[in-house]
Design a protein around this ligand. Structure first.
Ligand code: SAM
Length: 263
């Protein structure tokens, strides 16, 4: 029996039905470049290996490497990177080969930084399948105007298609987590689905707007977008950020920077 470590967010999948459903959603094929984040003792790694013959796995916990190897023995070629995924170089792993298919039952405490790290190298990624906290998936896929629409929604909308797949109850894990989970598929866009001439300014504006969620855009973006900017983008500065579509934030980011910000 492997003891789960809290500090690594360890909740191990044990429900065969859920495991089969996740692997079916990924649908790994021989020859594909499957990368699993946080394989743990191998609940997903073993069936992934059986389907496609080779898996690269990134696992921080040294103590899980031996059980993982034992569980996957004889099932295929398992390459283990015993390191922190937040330091892992996905671009180097891709090299000149095919884009990577990345998956994992992610530790919830690092799921947002992992997502942003991967989307920053979106050209190296074919698709992502992650188990995440249900509320995070709801935020990722929210529509403008909804309570959960926010910075994560808007930043992802510029980078990838978000497909929530199915819920997973707490009983599927050992130990059970304190939250419900959901499996999501993300497919990076080759280019943003709306004009995005200044991605860095877009990120700055989105962060600033949602820092002040209850304020109007006029107040929340003071110093970042002036009256001319709102007029040029055709956006009402009296709106709250949660009603502004991702493409509208991109339009605001394409307007001239007010004089004070240039200084
Ligand atoms: N895939 C296994 C399963 O479904 O049963 C384990 C999932 S468990 C929720 C998360 C896994 O991610 C653990 O094995 C944990 O040690 C690993 N992990 C946590 N933080 C990590 C990090 N920064 N880099 C790589 N792996 C990490």
């Amino acid at each position: 029996m492997i003891r789960a470590r809290k500090r690594y967010g360890q909740h191990f999948l044990h429900d065969p039905g859920v495991i089969a459903r996740i692997v079916a959603a990924i649908d790994p094929r021989p020859g594909e470049r499957i990368v699993e984040i946080g394989p743990g003792p191998g609940a997903l790694t073993a069936p992934l290996l059986e389907s496609c013959g080779r898996v690269e796995a990134i696992e921080i916990d040294r103590d899980l490497i031996a059980p993982l190897r034992a569980r996957c023995d004889g099932l295929g070629e398992l390459v283990i990177h015993n390191t922190d995924v937040l330091k892992f170089d996905f671009r180097a792993l891709r090299g000149s080969g095919a884009p990577l298919r990345v998956c994992g039952n992610l530790p919830y405490n690092i799921s947002t930084p992992v997502l942003f790290r991967l989307l920053a190298v979106g050209d190296c990624i074919a698709d992502l399948h992650f188990m995440l906290q249900k509320e995070v998936v709801q935020r990722m896929a929210a529509e403008p105007g909804s309570r959960t629409y926010g910075r994560l929604t808007v930043m992802l909308a510029a980078a990838c298609r978000v497909e929530p797949l199915f819920r997973v109850g707490r009983g599927a894990f050992n130990p059970p987590p304190a939250v419900d989970s959901m499996v999501v598929r993300l497919v990076p866009y080759p280019t943003a689905p709306f004009p995005l001439p200044d991605p860095a300014r877009f990120a700055r504006l989105v962060a600033a707007a949602f820092m002040a969620r209850r304020k109007t855009l006029r107040n929340g973006l003071r110093g970042l977008v002036g009256p001319e900017g709102f007029a040029a983008a055709g956006i009402d500065p009296g709106q709250r950020p949660e009603t502004v579509a991702p493409a509208e934030f991109a339009a605001l980011a394409a307007t001239p920077v007010p004089a004070a910000e240039v200084l």
